[in-house]
Write a protein that binds this ligand. Structure first.
Ligand SMILES: *[C@@H]1O[C@H](CO)[C@@H](O)[C@H](O)[C@H]1NC(C)=O
Ligand SMILES: *[C@@H]1O[C@H](CO)[C@@H](O)[C@H](O)[C@H]1NC(C)=O
Ligand SMILES: *[C@@H]1O[C@H](CO)[C@@H](O)[C@H](O)[C@H]1NC(C)=O
Ligand SMILES: *[C@@H]1O[C@H](CO)[C@@H](O)[C@H](O)[C@H]1NC(C)=O
Ligand SMILES: *[C@@H]1O[C@H](CO)[C@@H](O)[C@H](O)[C@H]1NC(C)=O
Ligand SMILES: *[C@@H]1O[C@H](CO)[C@@H](O)[C@H](O)[C@H]1NC(C)=O
Ligand SMILES: *[C@@H]1O[C@H](CO)[C@@H](O)[C@H](O)[C@H]1NC(C)=O
Ligand SMILES: *[C@@H]1O[C@H](CO)[C@@H](O)[C@H](O)[C@H]1NC(C)=O
Ligand SMILES: *[C@@H]1O[C@H](CO)[C@@H](O)[C@H](O)[C@H]1NC(C)=O
Ligand SMILES: *[C@@H]1O[C@H](CO)[C@@H](O)[C@H](O)[C@H]1NC(C)=O
Ligand SMILES: *[C@@H]1O[C@H](CO)[C@@H](O)[C@H](O)[C@H]1NC(C)=O
Ligand SMILES: *[C@@H]1O[C@H](CO)[C@@H](O)[C@H](O)[C@H]1NC(C)=O
Length: 574
């Protein structure tokens, strides 16, 4: 087989076998449509001296980067060769009127079953930077994930110094056990899932774990250059601190939106977030090797993986030096909420003529959602390992969202919602309490498939309030189908009288995932200008599995380009 006559716009799976691991990125070829084939396969991988079978795309772990330019059309043909059902989500892609390509199972589509194929078809509109793709069904994203790299349009440049090289840095979470068995056992017993055995950088746990030094990510750099690290947190359940010894980085972009640049020693990144940073290397090769490391930020109760993943920043031409020291970075304490708050408050939109911040200045619909944990009753004649013998649950406004057995968006589009979902999701808590004070005695959640319906182009304000039920904890909330502006945040209970006066409506950061502060609240605004059914959920998969999720239905507008088109003919059915 020869590849000479293949256009560079077609990325064949076989080509990806040729190079291992995530390497330096190069700019994409000139083409407006990019074709990818993602074969979902099983492969054996060895980490921490355990060999196990994992699911992957094209036999690559982490998966292949999807590389495009702003404005490109992307066609990804997903072929499922494994027994498990699969869907892929293009995390952060706005999917303007292409909700059928968004990917969350039982929300916008039924899963792609064994032997089936589905082609995701979308155009990248008004976004450039780093995002990522991942499986969006059960816990399969534990190993099925990879970067989305969106270069600016040809002839467009970055609003900062052009980097010498660009490198994806994807954080992941590794279980020696099968992650599907981990979540299925947890849902059965009602207890917390077994924690992961390691964090990874580009699939590699690094030297701080047993039997793992050979699996260490190493970034070889030249002195006096600027590198762009495209950071992606693809971990399942953990927010991470990241730092490189003796180097500060300059943050220039998050969630595929440029921001006002700022320097930092430590980066905080929640699952679902992406951050581009510039790393200026030392002017001359130092006699040292620098460790880059990531470890969790956690304030909840219960067990979690408190281990540290490390990689190496190595200057080239060190061999001539005789005395090379290894320098470790200092990471904040596991519960350093003050560091997180100070860091997140530094993010600001560019808000320039070329990159405006189109913040809704007035609000048509206001929502106040509590997010947090709770419990479900233990079924008769079983013992449960959750709080006080119940099962762990999680909810928004006390609704633990039940996924239907068919896809919400198909039911909506074909007018068959009866028995699938209702449209009465509470816009505020039905039983207000002191959300960050002593929790109520009754912490039982309700289970239902309830949605919110919005008229096309409604300006929405949503306040997300953490609760202290079963421990105050930061929750990275991810909204599909839109970016939103983070107009305010604070600790304690949101005060609807006084807090709005401090909202930033000029240059708030634009994101698709925001950490609701532990024991606090965050206010976001967006225009509901994308017709379809859009999932919103905690990007800790354990919380999503427990029900911390809901869906918005955005109705069609009047104009033809304000309507959700009919589904593609190959959309899977249930
Ligand atoms: C993985 O390893 C198992 C046990 O050694 C073997 O039976 C299986 O064929 C391997 N799978 C793949 C995809 O190589
Ligand atoms: C992709 O979607 C566009 C409309 O959004 C349509 O014109 C085109 O035919 C589709 N392509 C494929 C290969 O399905
Ligand atoms: C690393 O940073 C420490 C503390 O700032 C400093 O003492 C040391 O000289 C630095 N080492 C190198 C090789 O940059
Ligand atoms: C590195 O070490 C060599 C000798 O071991 C020394 O000559 C040189 O000055 C050192 N360079 C730096 C940057 O410290
Ligand atoms: C991680 O947790 C274990 C068990 O709770 C504890 O023994 C250990 O000291 C912790 N490690 C760190 C680095 O905090
Ligand atoms: C090696 O470098 C370290 C730190 O820079 C220094 O303390 C030590 O004296 C050096 N050793 C030699 C043999 O030069
Ligand atoms: C973090 O945990 C330590 C040890 O448990 C505790 O002493 C400290 O007060 C905590 N810090 C915060 C900010 O909660
Ligand atoms: C956060 O910033 C405030 C104001 O600049 C400062 O007083 C405080 O020490 C910082 N907290 C942490 C944990 O860095
Ligand atoms: C629970 O166990 C009791 C006694 O063994 C039995 O009578 C009852 O039918 C069981 N209930 C259920 C729901 O299985
Ligand atoms: C568990 O039960 C104890 C004693 O009845 C009670 O104090 C505590 O609040 C309960 N915890 C939860 C999470 O319900
Ligand atoms: C809520 O609880 C917190 C912590 O106990 C307390 O400081 C605060 O005053 C309470 N707020 C109200 C409105 O009762
Ligand atoms: C795959 O999805 C279909 C449709 O929801 C369902 O009927 C089937 O049981 C699922 N198969 C597996 C292996 O989970």
């Amino acid at each position: 087989m020869s590849f000479h006559h293949l256009s560079p716009c077609h990325y064949l799976p076989i080509l990806f076998f040729a190079f291992c691991c995530v390497s330096l990125l190069s700019e994409p070829a000139l083409c407006a449509t990019r074709h990818y084939t993602f074969n979902i396969v099983s492969q054996n991988v060895t980490r921490l001296c355990h060999t196990k079978s994992i699911f992957s795309v094209n036999g690559q772990f982490p998966g292949p980067p999807l590389v495009a330019r702003e404005g490109d059309q992307v066609l990804v043909k997903v072929v499922n060769h494994v027994a498990n059902n699969i869907t892929i989500h293009w995390h952060g892609i706005k999917q303007l009127r292409t909700g059928w390509a968004d990917g969350p199972a039982y929300v916008t589509q039924c899963p792609i079953q064994n032997g089936q194929t589905y082609t995701y078809n979308f155009t990248i509109t008004g976004q450039r930077g780093t995002l990522f793709w991942h499986a969006h069904i059960s816990w399969l994203r534990a190993t099925i994930y990879g970067p989305i790299i969106i270069f600016p349009r040809r002839n467009d440049s970055y609003p900062f110094e052009k980097p010498y090289k660009e490198v994806p840095i994807i954080f992941g979470e590794w279980w020696n056990a099968d992650p599907e068995a981990v979540i299925s056992q947890a849902l059965q017993t009602g207890g917390g899932p077994n924690v992961s055995d390691a964090y990874t950088i580009n699939g590699l746990p690094g030297p701080l774990y047993n039997c793992s030094s050979k699996d260490t990510f190493k970034l070889k750099v030249k002195p006096g250059k600027t590198y762009m690290l495209r950071l992606i947190n693809a971990a399942m359940n953990d927010e991470l601190f990241f730092s490189i010894a003796n180097h500060t980085v300059t943050i220039v972009e998050t969630d595929a939106v440029y921001i006002k640049a700022f320097e930092t020693d430590v980066v905080v990144i929640t699952p679902g977030q992406t951050i581009n940073v510039l790393l200026k290397t030392k002017p001359t090769s130092p006699n040292a090797t620098f460790i880059m490391a990531a470890a969790p930020y956690f304030t909840g109760i219960g067990t979690f993986d408190n281990s540290t993943v490390a990689g190496i920043l190595e200057y080239k031409h060190l061999s001539s030096h005789k005395n090379i020291t290894v320098i470790n970075p200092t990471l904040p304490a596991i519960n350093a909420t003050g560091v997180v708050a100070n860091f997140t408050k530094k993010f600001r939109s560019l808000a320039t003529a070329k990159f405006p911040a189109n913040v809704p200045k007035t609000v048509q619909k206001r929502f106040f959602f509590t997010v947090g944990l709770g419990s479900s009753p233990c079924p008769a004649n079983t013992t449960c390992q959750g709080p006080n013998g119940t099962k762990f649950a999680a909810s928004i406004n006390n609704v633990s969202f039940a996924l239907p057995s068919t896809a919400l968006m198909q039911s909506y589009f074909f007018g068959k919602s009866n028995g699938v979902f209702t449209t009465d999701f509470p816009s505020q808590p039905t039983h207000p309490f002191n959300y960050t004070g002593t929790p109520p005695n009754n912490t039982l959640v309700s289970n239902a498939t309830r949605t919110v319906v919005l008229q096309f182009n409604t300006s929405v304000e949503l306040v997300l309030q953490d609760t202290s039920i079963l421990g105050a904890e930061s929750h990275p909330l991810h909204l599909h189908g839109f970016n939103f502006f983070v107009v305010g945040e604070g600790f304690g209970n949101y005060d609807p009288i006084n807090d709005p006066a401090n909202f930033n409506l000029l240059d708030p950061v634009e994101r698709n995932t925001v950490g609701v502060p532990s024991g606090g609240w965050v206010a976001i605004r967006f225009f509901a200008d994308n017709p379809g059914v859009w999932f919103m959920h905690c990007h800790f998969d354990v919380h999503t599995s427990w029900g911390l999720r809901m869906a918005w239905i955005v109705l069609d507008g009047f104009l033809p380009n304000e309507k959700l088109p009919p589904p593609p003919s190959d959309l899977p059915s249930c």
